[in-house]
Ligand binder design. Structure first.
Ligand code: BGC
Length: 408
Protein backbone atom coordinates (compact mmCIF):
# COMPACT_ATOMS: atom_id res chain seq x y z
CA UNK A 1 0.00 0.00 0.00
CA UNK A 2 1.22 3.49 -0.90
CA UNK A 3 0.08 6.51 1.09
CA UNK A 4 0.92 9.63 -0.87
CA UNK A 5 1.05 13.06 0.76
CA UNK A 6 -0.21 16.29 -0.88
CA UNK A 7 2.11 18.01 -3.34
CA UNK A 8 4.41 20.52 -1.69
CA UNK A 9 4.20 18.77 1.67
CA UNK A 10 7.06 19.75 3.98
CA UNK A 11 9.20 17.11 5.68
CA UNK A 12 11.85 17.88 8.25
CA UNK A 13 12.85 18.08 11.88
CA UNK A 14 12.87 20.65 14.67
CA UNK A 15 15.20 22.08 17.30
CA UNK A 16 15.09 24.99 19.76
CA UNK A 17 17.77 27.52 20.62
CA UNK A 18 18.62 26.71 24.24
CA UNK A 19 18.43 22.98 23.63
CA UNK A 20 21.04 22.87 20.86
CA UNK A 21 22.94 26.13 20.35
CA UNK A 22 25.28 26.21 23.34
CA UNK A 23 26.95 29.26 24.89
CA UNK A 24 23.78 30.94 26.17
CA UNK A 25 24.18 32.40 29.64
CA UNK A 26 21.88 35.40 29.81
CA UNK A 27 18.53 33.67 30.36
CA UNK A 28 16.49 32.22 33.22
CA UNK A 29 17.50 28.59 32.50
CA UNK A 30 21.21 29.40 32.47
CA UNK A 31 20.84 31.19 35.81
CA UNK A 32 18.91 28.25 37.26
CA UNK A 33 21.70 25.99 35.98
CA UNK A 34 24.32 28.09 37.77
CA UNK A 35 22.25 27.80 40.95
CA UNK A 36 22.10 23.99 40.49
CA UNK A 37 18.33 23.96 40.31
CA UNK A 38 18.37 22.40 36.85
CA UNK A 39 21.14 20.84 34.74
CA UNK A 40 23.56 23.14 32.92
CA UNK A 41 23.17 23.34 29.14
CA UNK A 42 26.72 24.61 28.56
CA UNK A 43 28.01 24.04 25.02
CA UNK A 44 25.26 21.60 24.07
CA UNK A 45 25.89 20.37 20.51
CA UNK A 46 27.39 23.74 19.56
CA UNK A 47 24.77 24.12 16.85
CA UNK A 48 25.30 27.89 17.05
CA UNK A 49 28.61 27.38 15.23
CA UNK A 50 27.89 24.10 13.45
CA UNK A 51 24.51 24.79 11.88
CA UNK A 52 25.86 24.42 8.35
CA UNK A 53 27.11 20.91 9.07
CA UNK A 54 23.74 20.09 10.66
CA UNK A 55 21.75 21.46 7.73
CA UNK A 56 23.93 19.45 5.34
CA UNK A 57 22.88 16.36 7.28
CA UNK A 58 19.20 17.40 7.15
CA UNK A 59 19.44 17.96 3.40
CA UNK A 60 21.12 14.59 2.90
CA UNK A 61 18.32 13.03 4.89
CA UNK A 62 15.84 14.27 2.32
CA UNK A 63 14.36 17.09 4.42
CA UNK A 64 12.86 20.13 2.72
CA UNK A 65 11.88 22.05 5.88
CA UNK A 66 13.33 22.88 9.28
CA UNK A 67 11.90 24.38 12.45
CA UNK A 68 14.14 26.27 14.87
CA UNK A 69 13.76 29.00 17.45
CA UNK A 70 15.28 32.41 18.04
CA UNK A 71 16.95 32.94 21.40
CA UNK A 72 15.28 36.01 22.86
CA UNK A 73 18.14 36.64 25.30
CA UNK A 74 20.59 36.94 22.39
CA UNK A 75 18.39 39.37 20.45
CA UNK A 76 17.33 41.57 23.39
CA UNK A 77 20.07 41.11 26.02
CA UNK A 78 18.86 44.17 27.93
CA UNK A 79 15.39 45.64 28.01
CA UNK A 80 14.80 47.53 24.79
CA UNK A 81 18.33 47.01 23.42
CA UNK A 82 18.40 44.81 20.33
CA UNK A 83 21.61 43.19 19.19
CA UNK A 84 22.17 43.61 15.47
CA UNK A 85 25.06 41.10 15.48
CA UNK A 86 22.75 38.33 16.68
CA UNK A 87 20.12 39.22 14.10
CA UNK A 88 22.89 38.85 11.55
CA UNK A 89 23.60 35.38 12.94
CA UNK A 90 20.02 34.25 12.41
CA UNK A 91 20.07 35.81 8.92
CA UNK A 92 23.04 33.59 8.15
CA UNK A 93 21.15 30.60 9.55
CA UNK A 94 18.21 31.39 7.26
CA UNK A 95 20.52 31.76 4.26
CA UNK A 96 22.11 28.40 5.06
CA UNK A 97 18.64 26.81 5.07
CA UNK A 98 17.68 28.51 1.84
CA UNK A 99 20.85 27.39 0.06
CA UNK A 100 19.96 23.81 0.94
CA UNK A 101 16.32 24.05 -0.06
CA UNK A 102 14.99 23.82 3.51
CA UNK A 103 11.85 25.89 4.21
CA UNK A 104 12.26 27.65 7.57
CA UNK A 105 9.64 27.63 10.33
CA UNK A 106 10.72 30.03 13.06
CA UNK A 107 9.51 29.93 16.66
CA UNK A 108 10.03 33.31 18.27
CA UNK A 109 10.03 32.07 21.84
CA UNK A 110 10.69 28.51 23.00
CA UNK A 111 10.62 28.43 26.84
CA UNK A 112 13.69 30.56 27.78
CA UNK A 113 13.41 34.18 28.92
CA UNK A 114 16.07 36.90 28.92
CA UNK A 115 17.29 37.45 32.45
CA UNK A 116 16.22 41.11 32.63
CA UNK A 117 12.67 40.00 31.81
CA UNK A 118 12.42 36.96 34.09
CA UNK A 119 14.06 38.85 36.98
CA UNK A 120 11.56 41.66 36.71
CA UNK A 121 8.57 39.30 36.82
CA UNK A 122 8.46 37.85 33.29
CA UNK A 123 4.92 37.03 32.20
CA UNK A 124 3.63 38.00 35.64
CA UNK A 125 4.37 41.59 34.62
CA UNK A 126 1.35 43.60 33.62
CA UNK A 127 3.17 45.02 30.62
CA UNK A 128 4.53 41.62 29.53
CA UNK A 129 2.22 41.33 26.48
CA UNK A 130 3.58 44.61 25.04
CA UNK A 131 7.17 43.64 25.80
CA UNK A 132 6.68 40.30 24.08
CA UNK A 133 4.91 41.81 21.07
CA UNK A 134 7.68 44.40 20.64
CA UNK A 135 10.30 41.64 20.57
CA UNK A 136 8.29 39.54 18.10
CA UNK A 137 7.63 42.40 15.72
CA UNK A 138 11.30 43.42 15.81
CA UNK A 139 12.50 39.94 14.83
CA UNK A 140 9.89 39.50 12.11
CA UNK A 141 10.71 42.92 10.64
CA UNK A 142 14.38 41.91 10.43
CA UNK A 143 13.94 38.35 9.16
CA UNK A 144 10.72 38.23 7.16
CA UNK A 145 12.47 38.79 3.83
CA UNK A 146 13.85 35.22 4.13
CA UNK A 147 11.17 33.48 6.20
CA UNK A 148 7.40 33.22 5.85
CA UNK A 149 6.33 31.06 8.83
CA UNK A 150 6.68 32.56 12.30
CA UNK A 151 5.16 31.14 15.47
CA UNK A 152 5.00 33.31 18.54
CA UNK A 153 4.97 30.86 21.47
CA UNK A 154 5.96 27.23 21.91
CA UNK A 155 3.50 25.29 24.08
CA UNK A 156 2.05 28.05 26.29
CA UNK A 157 0.20 25.69 28.63
CA UNK A 158 3.05 23.22 29.08
CA UNK A 159 5.39 26.07 29.92
CA UNK A 160 3.04 27.68 32.44
CA UNK A 161 2.22 24.34 34.05
CA UNK A 162 5.87 23.45 34.62
CA UNK A 163 6.67 26.91 35.99
CA UNK A 164 3.64 27.61 38.18
CA UNK A 165 2.02 24.27 39.02
CA UNK A 166 4.76 21.60 39.11
CA UNK A 167 7.52 24.07 40.04
CA UNK A 168 10.04 22.06 38.02
CA UNK A 169 11.05 24.89 35.65
CA UNK A 170 11.82 28.56 36.24
CA UNK A 171 10.43 30.42 38.11
CA UNK A 172 9.88 27.29 40.27
CA UNK A 173 6.48 28.04 41.71
CA UNK A 174 4.24 25.22 42.75
CA UNK A 175 0.74 24.34 43.78
CA UNK A 176 2.14 22.02 46.37
CA UNK A 177 -0.95 20.61 47.97
CA UNK A 178 -2.23 19.43 44.65
CA UNK A 179 1.09 18.22 43.42
CA UNK A 180 2.07 16.24 46.49
CA UNK A 181 -1.38 14.73 46.70
CA UNK A 182 -1.34 13.20 43.27
CA UNK A 183 2.11 11.79 44.02
CA UNK A 184 3.98 13.57 41.25
CA UNK A 185 6.61 15.27 43.35
CA UNK A 186 9.73 13.15 43.03
CA UNK A 187 12.03 15.38 45.04
CA UNK A 188 12.23 18.10 42.38
CA UNK A 189 10.94 20.69 44.83
CA UNK A 190 13.83 20.14 47.23
CA UNK A 191 16.34 20.64 44.44
CA UNK A 192 14.67 23.67 42.89
CA UNK A 193 13.59 25.24 46.17
CA UNK A 194 10.17 25.68 44.58
CA UNK A 195 7.94 28.02 46.53
CA UNK A 196 4.63 26.37 47.18
CA UNK A 197 1.28 27.97 47.71
CA UNK A 198 -2.27 27.34 46.71
CA UNK A 199 -2.36 30.83 45.24
CA UNK A 200 0.01 29.74 42.47
CA UNK A 201 -2.93 28.15 40.73
CA UNK A 202 -4.38 31.64 40.31
CA UNK A 203 -1.03 32.92 39.12
CA UNK A 204 -1.06 30.12 36.53
CA UNK A 205 -4.28 31.53 35.06
CA UNK A 206 -2.83 35.04 35.11
CA UNK A 207 0.18 33.76 33.15
CA UNK A 208 -2.07 31.98 30.68
CA UNK A 209 -4.00 35.22 30.22
CA UNK A 210 -0.87 37.26 29.63
CA UNK A 211 0.33 34.71 27.08
CA UNK A 212 -3.01 34.96 25.28
CA UNK A 213 -2.87 38.75 25.24
CA UNK A 214 0.83 38.60 24.35
CA UNK A 215 0.14 36.37 21.38
CA UNK A 216 -2.73 38.54 20.15
CA UNK A 217 -0.66 41.73 20.47
CA UNK A 218 2.26 40.08 18.72
CA UNK A 219 -0.02 39.02 15.87
CA UNK A 220 -1.24 42.58 15.42
CA UNK A 221 2.23 44.13 15.64
CA UNK A 222 3.73 41.55 13.26
CA UNK A 223 1.04 42.18 10.68
CA UNK A 224 1.81 45.92 10.84
CA UNK A 225 5.46 45.37 9.92
CA UNK A 226 4.97 42.38 7.60
CA UNK A 227 1.42 41.75 6.40
CA UNK A 228 2.37 38.68 4.36
CA UNK A 229 4.02 36.79 7.21
CA UNK A 230 2.09 33.71 8.27
CA UNK A 231 1.75 33.91 12.02
CA UNK A 232 0.97 30.90 14.17
CA UNK A 233 1.28 29.49 17.63
CA UNK A 234 2.73 26.09 18.48
CA UNK A 235 0.30 24.18 20.63
CA UNK A 236 1.01 20.98 22.50
CA UNK A 237 -2.03 18.74 22.11
CA UNK A 238 -2.26 15.80 24.43
CA UNK A 239 -5.02 13.60 23.09
CA UNK A 240 -7.57 12.83 25.81
CA UNK A 241 -10.27 10.22 25.53
CA UNK A 242 -12.39 8.15 27.91
CA UNK A 243 -13.45 4.52 27.90
CA UNK A 244 -17.17 3.59 27.79
CA UNK A 245 -17.81 5.29 31.13
CA UNK A 246 -19.62 8.66 30.61
CA UNK A 247 -17.77 10.15 33.56
CA UNK A 248 -14.43 9.36 31.89
CA UNK A 249 -15.69 10.79 28.62
CA UNK A 250 -16.64 14.05 30.35
CA UNK A 251 -13.30 14.17 32.13
CA UNK A 252 -11.52 13.79 28.79
CA UNK A 253 -13.56 16.64 27.32
CA UNK A 254 -12.83 18.86 30.29
CA UNK A 255 -9.08 18.18 30.14
CA UNK A 256 -9.02 18.78 26.39
CA UNK A 257 -10.79 22.07 26.99
CA UNK A 258 -8.33 23.14 29.70
CA UNK A 259 -5.21 22.16 27.80
CA UNK A 260 -6.18 22.82 24.18
CA UNK A 261 -9.43 24.60 23.38
CA UNK A 262 -9.28 27.30 26.03
CA UNK A 263 -6.12 28.88 24.65
CA UNK A 264 -7.03 28.32 20.99
CA UNK A 265 -10.50 29.81 21.44
CA UNK A 266 -9.05 32.84 23.18
CA UNK A 267 -6.67 33.68 20.33
CA UNK A 268 -9.38 33.25 17.70
CA UNK A 269 -8.89 35.51 14.68
CA UNK A 270 -5.23 36.02 15.55
CA UNK A 271 -3.44 33.24 13.69
CA UNK A 272 -2.98 32.06 10.12
CA UNK A 273 -1.75 28.54 10.83
CA UNK A 274 -1.30 26.23 13.81
CA UNK A 275 1.77 24.27 14.87
CA UNK A 276 0.99 20.99 16.61
CA UNK A 277 3.30 19.22 19.05
CA UNK A 278 2.18 15.69 19.82
CA UNK A 279 3.77 13.29 22.31
CA UNK A 280 1.12 11.96 24.63
CA UNK A 281 -2.26 10.38 24.93
CA UNK A 282 -4.44 9.72 27.96
CA UNK A 283 -7.44 7.45 27.94
CA UNK A 284 -9.29 7.65 31.22
CA UNK A 285 -10.39 4.23 32.43
CA UNK A 286 -7.97 2.43 30.10
CA UNK A 287 -6.50 -0.73 31.61
CA UNK A 288 -4.27 -1.69 28.70
CA UNK A 289 -0.53 -2.01 29.14
CA UNK A 290 1.70 0.05 26.92
CA UNK A 291 5.42 0.09 26.28
CA UNK A 292 7.18 3.18 27.65
CA UNK A 293 9.53 5.54 25.83
CA UNK A 294 12.78 6.61 27.54
CA UNK A 295 10.75 9.53 28.93
CA UNK A 296 8.45 7.07 30.68
CA UNK A 297 5.64 8.11 28.34
CA UNK A 298 3.35 5.52 26.75
CA UNK A 299 4.28 4.54 23.23
CA UNK A 300 1.19 5.67 21.30
CA UNK A 301 2.22 7.42 18.08
CA UNK A 302 -1.13 6.80 16.37
CA UNK A 303 -2.69 9.21 18.88
CA UNK A 304 -1.44 12.02 16.67
CA UNK A 305 -4.59 11.37 14.59
CA UNK A 306 -6.78 12.38 17.52
CA UNK A 307 -4.60 15.41 18.27
CA UNK A 308 -4.80 16.64 14.68
CA UNK A 309 -8.56 16.15 14.61
CA UNK A 310 -8.89 18.29 17.76
CA UNK A 311 -7.31 21.17 15.84
CA UNK A 312 -9.21 20.59 12.60
CA UNK A 313 -12.17 22.54 13.99
CA UNK A 314 -10.14 25.77 13.77
CA UNK A 315 -10.12 25.52 9.96
CA UNK A 316 -6.52 26.66 9.48
CA UNK A 317 -3.51 24.93 7.98
CA UNK A 318 -1.76 22.72 10.52
CA UNK A 319 1.91 21.89 10.58
CA UNK A 320 3.32 19.17 12.81
CA UNK A 321 5.92 21.28 14.59
CA UNK A 322 7.17 18.47 16.85
CA UNK A 323 6.42 14.81 17.36
CA UNK A 324 8.97 12.20 18.24
CA UNK A 325 10.39 9.76 20.72
CA UNK A 326 13.24 9.52 23.22
CA UNK A 327 14.87 6.25 22.24
CA UNK A 328 18.53 5.95 23.14
CA UNK A 329 18.99 2.58 21.40
CA UNK A 330 17.07 3.64 18.30
CA UNK A 331 15.05 0.43 18.66
CA UNK A 332 11.56 1.82 18.23
CA UNK A 333 12.07 5.17 16.48
CA UNK A 334 11.66 3.94 12.89
CA UNK A 335 8.42 2.09 13.59
CA UNK A 336 7.21 4.94 15.79
CA UNK A 337 7.70 7.32 12.88
CA UNK A 338 5.92 5.07 10.41
CA UNK A 339 2.90 4.73 12.72
CA UNK A 340 2.82 8.46 13.41
CA UNK A 341 3.05 9.34 9.74
CA UNK A 342 0.40 6.79 8.79
CA UNK A 343 -1.94 8.33 11.37
CA UNK A 344 -1.14 11.81 10.01
CA UNK A 345 -2.06 10.62 6.53
CA UNK A 346 -5.36 9.28 7.83
CA UNK A 347 -6.12 12.69 9.35
CA UNK A 348 -5.45 14.32 5.98
CA UNK A 349 -7.79 11.84 4.28
CA UNK A 350 -10.39 12.76 6.87
CA UNK A 351 -10.17 16.41 5.93
CA UNK A 352 -7.44 17.91 8.11
CA UNK A 353 -5.30 20.46 6.26
CA UNK A 354 -1.87 19.24 7.39
CA UNK A 355 0.98 20.83 5.46
CA UNK A 356 4.17 19.68 7.21
CA UNK A 357 5.69 17.03 9.44
CA UNK A 358 8.72 17.96 11.52
CA UNK A 359 10.18 15.26 13.71
CA UNK A 360 11.48 16.16 17.17
CA UNK A 361 14.37 16.41 16.98
CA UNK A 362 17.04 16.73 14.33
CA UNK A 363 19.75 16.44 17.00
CA UNK A 364 20.03 14.97 20.48
CA UNK A 365 19.65 17.90 22.82
CA UNK A 366 19.16 19.41 26.27
CA UNK A 367 15.90 17.95 27.59
CA UNK A 368 15.17 20.73 30.11
CA UNK A 369 15.09 19.52 33.75
CA UNK A 370 16.33 16.11 32.57
CA UNK A 371 19.49 17.52 31.02
CA UNK A 372 21.26 15.46 28.38
CA UNK A 373 19.97 12.09 29.54
CA UNK A 374 17.22 11.73 26.93
CA UNK A 375 17.91 11.23 23.27
CA UNK A 376 15.31 12.32 20.75
CA UNK A 377 17.65 12.93 17.81
CA UNK A 378 17.64 11.56 14.29
CA UNK A 379 21.29 12.42 14.76
CA UNK A 380 23.24 11.24 17.79
CA UNK A 381 25.52 13.78 19.45
CA UNK A 382 28.72 12.93 21.25
CA UNK A 383 28.75 15.87 23.68
CA UNK A 384 32.51 15.54 24.33
CA UNK A 385 33.72 15.62 20.75
CA UNK A 386 30.57 17.16 19.14
CA UNK A 387 30.65 14.35 16.60
CA UNK A 388 27.38 13.82 14.73
CA UNK A 389 26.28 10.27 13.86
CA UNK A 390 23.12 9.67 11.86
CA UNK A 391 20.91 7.02 13.47
CA UNK A 392 19.55 4.16 11.29
CA UNK A 393 15.94 5.32 11.84
CA UNK A 394 16.82 8.63 10.14
CA UNK A 395 17.38 6.74 6.89
CA UNK A 396 13.95 5.13 7.17
CA UNK A 397 12.46 8.60 7.59
CA UNK A 398 14.54 9.76 4.62
CA UNK A 399 12.74 7.30 2.32
CA UNK A 400 9.40 8.84 3.28
CA UNK A 401 10.65 12.42 2.97
CA UNK A 402 12.20 11.88 -0.44
CA UNK A 403 9.28 10.04 -1.96
CA UNK A 404 6.58 12.15 -0.23
CA UNK A 405 4.95 8.82 0.40
CA UNK A 406 4.69 6.08 2.97
CA UNK A 407 4.97 2.62 1.50
CA UNK A 408 3.60 -0.15 3.69
C1 BGC B 1 9.12 20.79 23.82
C2 BGC B 1 10.57 20.42 23.55
C3 BGC B 1 10.91 19.15 24.32
C4 BGC B 1 10.02 18.04 23.84
C5 BGC B 1 10.28 16.69 24.49
C6 BGC B 1 8.18 19.62 23.80
O1 BGC B 1 7.25 19.76 24.81
O2 BGC B 1 8.70 21.80 22.95
O3 BGC B 1 11.36 21.50 23.92
O4 BGC B 1 12.25 18.83 24.20
O5 BGC B 1 8.68 18.38 24.12
O6 BGC B 1 10.00 16.70 25.84
Amino acid sequence: MKLTFPNGFYWGAATSSYQVEGGIDNNDWAKAGREEKVPVAGESSDHYHRYEEDFDIAKNLGHNAHRFSIEWSRIEPEEGRFDEKEIEHYRDVLMALKERGLEPFITLWHFTLPLWFSESGGFERKDSPEIFARYCAFVVKELSSTCTHFSTINEPNVWATHGWIYGAWPPFKQVKMLWKKIGKDDGTSERTGATASFGNSFVYFKIERNLIIGHRRAYIEIKKVSPDTLVGVVKHVRFFEGNWNPFNKCLALFMQYLQTYKFMNAISGHYDEIGLNYYRHTKFGDRKNYLDTDMGWKVYPSGIYGAIMKLKRYKKPIFIAEAGVADDDDDIRAQYLVTQIRATHRAIEDGADVRAHMYWSLLDNFEWALGYSKRFGLVEIDYETKKRTVRPSAYEYKKICESNMLEL
